[in-house]
Design a protein around this ligand. Sequence first.
Ligand code: 4AD
Ligand code: MG
Length: 430
Amino acid sequence: MRYFIDELHKHVGQKVELKGWVFNSRGSKKIKFLILRDGTGYCQCTFFKGECDETSFENFSEDISQETSVKVVGTVKEEPRAPGGYELSAESFEVISKSVDYPITPKEHGIDFLMNHRHLWLRSKKQHAVLRVRSEIVKAIRDFFDGRGFINTDAPIFTPSACEGTSNLFGTKYFDTEAYLSQSGQLYMEATAAAHGKVYCFGPTFRAEKSKTRRHLIEFWMVEPEVAFNDLYDNMDLAEQFVEYIVQRTIKNKAEELKVLERDLSKLEPIKGSFPRLHYEEAVEIIKKENPEFVDGDDFGGGDETIISSQFDKPVIVHHFPTAIKAFYFKEEPKDSKYSLSCDMLATEGYGEIIGGGQREESIDVLKTKIKEHDLKEEDFQWYLDLRRYGSFPHSGFGLGIERTVGWICGTSHVRETIPFPRLYGRNYP
Ligand code: 4AD
Ligand code: MG
């Protein structure tokens, strides 16, 4: 019977069939070793001359170069020294399909080469570990919201208008009209929040960012909760509990993968309980000590975010960013309209902003003025204004970028390794 390597512990002493790819092989005249990789793990298969099928033994060295797909039959043995803790006392092996001159070898390769071979690079140990962590984070995100009674109401990808400003919109034809790829599902979540109370969407979002940084993708995944009658402070509480849940659950369930990635867990373990919160002006004071050029009122650059996060061992929430640098939908602070009811969460260790959100403007008149001030067309937002015409309600939400979160938890230096096939400025291949 065919089994996966991660189930071998249940079959000690039994004869099994494994199918996978050759990770490594070596041997002498009397004994040959093959490390098989099947996606769920690695298994050492040992062939003893005289104890295994003769042709398998003879063909061994000729046929099996790195990534050749093979079938191996043998008996499962407990072996604490073997990777994974089990090995196969092999009887026979069969080549399914050869792999000749596999381009990714154990030697060092440049990043351009690896990105051009991303479809193969995904098989490598660290890349494999990162995507397993991503899968766990995605599950944790859904469990967190589903377990708290949120309803998943996904937003459209073709949209008639901008959510996050017009500078990085991706335009496309929509039959005879123009459409934009969604920058954020938020505006639609404000509508579904009025239908269901607590909602979230989770999908790809697009921004034509003409910048090559380690934090920016052109296509990235975002989870966006929105809660009716939550204010800015409820929103920060939710964001804090959410991030604690994701981090702690990943540490618990993906310990093996984080070890492969050599992640320093002592940096993730403290991500619990309440996180420090700073008013924008308090954050500016911290920045100015190390970056005197910073202009009060400006948005933070990557370096400024690192200055702030390096002061704490937990993520930091910065709130009340200046109204002038924020999107049209933010509610202004009632006591001082210079500031908005916005909040960003900055990850630890300089990984930068992982969450952006806040409380939304609920007054139709203020919102109409804002739309005008931001050079947006009021007619595109009639449906959105309806939410303020028919039982307007205070509400808040946020968006968490998946790739930045995966990068932070895995400790990878660039978001391009946190998504199977990254879309970057200047790269749309493979
Ligand atoms: O701060 P942003 O732009 O917020 C919004 O889009 C809100 N409408 C969300 C909401 O309130 N529902 O983006 C949210 C997060 C950022 O904190 C970051 O993690 C991620 O999305 N993000 C990106 N990730 C990778 N590449 C990019 N180009 C990103 N732009 C934003
Ligand atoms: Mg932001």
